[in-house]
Design a protein. Structure first.
Length: 196
């Protein structure tokens, strides 16, 4: 049985959402292998043919306070199909860098939006009020995804890259997301999410 809160995407695909754990090392490696070179470049902003031990250590060693990651697992196979994470800025505790990655053949189904909603709710619970992101200037998909969360502000432009900041909406967490977050935090069995 695949643990995590169930969710249904726009096309009817079913995923389970849960917090990432240090034991997810192999799961992340398999997911990375399924990313196209372009998706890897968009995520890491450099050509990344493989994840080194040090980079992988960083991605799996999460304290769930200053560094959080939320995984989406294919309900049929248990394989990772997407991940969202934030890393708090140690100099500005209410600010964190956010990143969302979705396996290529799962893009366009609403999974990125779902992961961004969940990681935003987790960030608010931990006192984070602003997300930042450094993205490729041509990554319209990520810019559109972040615009769904709120108005983005361009902080800096480099050749081919843009750094943005956006306030995480202050609205309350929807009841379905509260259930999802409780399950993710408690690592208990699945609870259905109404309306998804």
């Amino acid at each position: 049985m695949i643990l995590g809160a169930p969710a249904v995407l726009r096309d009817g695909s079913r995923v389970r959402i849960r917090q990432s754990r240090s034991s997810d090392r192999e799961l992340l490696l398999r997911g990375f292998e399924r990313l196209s070179p372009e998706s890897r470049y968009r995520r890491f902003l450099v050509a990344t043919p493989e994840l080194t031990g040090k980079a992988l250590d960083y991605l799996v060693e999460i304290d769930h306070h200053d560094h959080e990651a939320i995984l989406a697992l294919d309900e049929n196979t248990g394989e990772g199909v997407g991940i969202a994470r934030y890393v708090r800025d140690p100099e500005h505790p209410s600010v964190a860098e956010v990143a969302v990655t979705v396996i290529d053949d799962w893009q366009g189904r609403g999974l990125g939006t779902l992961l961004l909603e969940v990681i935003s709710a987790r960030a608010r619970e931990e006192g984070i009020r602003t997300f930042t992101a450094l993205i490729l200037a041509t990554n319209d998909e990520m810019l559109d995804l972040l615009r769904r969360l709120g108005r983005i502000r361009v902080v800096d432009r480099e050749i081919g890259r843009v750094e943005i900041a956006l306030r995480i909406p202050e609205v309350g967490i929807a009841p379905a997301l509260k259930k999802l977050l409780r399950i993710a935090a408690e690592s208990t069995g699945p609870i259905p999410l109404p309306g998804r």
